[in-house]
Design a protein around this ligand. Structure first.
Ligand code: FAD
Length: 431
């Protein structure tokens, strides 16, 4: 969505709800209003750019701990050898041309009263409004024997970058006849269809290069996202349900929830029967919660995620702080890059309005998720949302899911759409 469309969609709608009036004096140096953004991922980088696009008089500082961002979206294709890791790597140079000041450092403190952020290097950044988009952190304590350092050998690859490259290397090094085990945690987690897209793309690689091998999915629940579509495709492409299936899926009731890892033995132990599963390549995805800085800033509730006003994305716990992306409670929206990007634009617009003392209009939001199951077999789900009262609601009939009776041509076209979606989205975030 460009600025013109953004304004066209939001203009003309009934204005209701929150008025955000800033009472903080402008920057003593420049006389300008200041917005600080923590986290330069799908949510944060978009928000930083769109605040500047909407109102170039606002000073925007983006604090991001890494020099480059590796997208999780399309990272499964790296695992299958369909693309290389450089194709999912993005820099922040594009944002600088919009006048966003990018600071590469880790935010280590938020003081909501003094309205300032501190970084690991000891610098302080004052804000009129703060946006926090730190993505996810892991509940390491939920799997015995698994922690940050074990994850350097047994990757989760649920944040992209070095772990994605490591998992790919392990798959390449695995012998034919090997067992790849992917563990899926309890919900909610980032990108609900992600594990099954991952299993599919790995199965495609194994089918071609190591046909005696298997992917086993250990699932902490009884069902999963777009299950019927995935299973239909697995039957077609990977012999699912037969003795020669490349993919096996075990739900919780069949011993699918991992509770312990023995890294030396490469063994996983599961509930409810204490079964042991030994694999050659293990991909353990732990339970998740909001990124650490959201906890430091007192922005999370007892769920481990951040409650927000769903019109403006302002925190329910602290004024003038907004949370977007995976860390926010924006249900029924999924934890997805497209959703984070859409929320970021709404949040940017709400902040621009608030800093002018204007009311935020009820927003529209969107999301689309593609899963590749084979090189010529894609499926998708898309949704449009609006506000009903104070809550984000899905607009019936405005989205859709790939049909069960889709033609081979349609499945092939969805792969093309997915790649073009990726190009457009990353250009919108970083370009
Ligand atoms: C395998 C996989 C496949 C996926 N596929 C899709 C897909 O097809 N479509 C889709 O829409 N979504 C997909 N997703 C989900 C998507 O990647 C996330 O929902 C999205 O990245 C969330 O954006 P975010 O801004 O909340 O967090 P992130 O994109 O993770 O960004 C967070 C940023 O904050 C930075 N950060 C964190 N803490 C600090 C700090 N204290 N100081 C400074 N910087 C900090 C991090 O370095 C990071 O750059 C997928 C996810 C996975 C794991």
């Amino acid at each position: 969505m460009n600025r013109r469309n953004f304004i066209k969609i939001t203009a003309g709608m009934t204005a209701a709800g929150i008025t955000g009036c800033s009472t903080v004096p402008p920057s003593p140096v420049t006389g300008k209003k200041r917005v600080v953004v923590i986290g330069g991922g799908a949510g944060g980088a978009t928000a930083a750019k769109y605040i500047r696009k909407n109102d170039p008089s606002i000073e925007v500082t983006l604090i991001e701990q890494n020099k480059h961002y590796y997208t999780c979206f399309m990272s499964n294709e790296v695992l299958g050898g369909w693309r290389n890791v450089d194709s999912i790597k993005f820099s922040y140079e594009g944002l600088e041309k919009y006048g966003v000041k990018v600071v590469h450092n880790r935010a280590t403190g938020i003081d909501p009263d003094k309205k300032k952020v501190t970084t690991q290097s000891g610098k302080t950044f004052h804000y009129d409004r703060l946006i926090v988009s730190p993505g996810i952190d892991f509940k390491w304590e939920t799997i015995e024997g698994y922690n940050e350092s074990v994850a350097e050998k047994i990757p989760h690859a649920w944040n992209s970058g070095s772990q994605t490259a490591l998992l790919r290397k392990q798959l390449e090094a695995m012998k034919d006849g090997g067992r790849v085990i992917i563990t899926v945690p309890r919900r909610p987690f980032r990108c609900h269809p992600g594990p099954y897209g991952r299993a599919s793309i790995i199965a495609d690689y194994l089918k071609q290069y190591k046909p005696k091998s298997k992917v086993i999915i250990l699932e902490a629940s009884e069902k999963f996202a777009q299950q019927k579509l995935f299973i239909q495709a697995w039957k077609k492409l990977y012999g699912y349900g037969t003795d020669h299936s490349i993919i096996e899926w075990l739900p919780f009731s069949e011993g699918g929830e991992v509770i312990r890892v023995d890294a030396k033995k490469k063994a996983l132990y599961t509930e409810p029967f204490e079964d042991q599963h030994v694999g050659d390549v293990l991909n353990v995805i732990p339970q998740q919660k909001a990124g650490k800085i959201a906890f430091i800033g007192d922005l999370v509730d007892e769920t481990g995620w951040c409650p927000i006003n769903q019109r403006t994305f302002e925190s329910e716990r602290h004024t003038d702080i907004h949370i977007i992306g995976d860390a926010a409670i924006a249900s029924p929206m999924a934890r997805a890059a497209n959703a984070a990007n859409s929320q970021a634009k709404v949040c940017a617009f709400a902040i621009v309005k608030a800093l002018k003392g204007e009311e935020m209009v009820p927003p529209f939001l969107i999301n689309a998720c593609y899963s590749m199951i084979g090189k010529e077999y894609g499926i998708s789900v898309a949704a449009v949302y609006h506000l009903e009262g104070d809550k984000i609601k899905w607009i019936r009939g405005a989205g859709g899911i790939s049909p069960m009776d889709g033609s081979p041509e349609l499945r092939k076209r969805e792969v093309l759409y997915a790649h073009s979606w990726f190009k457009n989205l990353t250009n919108d975030i970083f370009g």
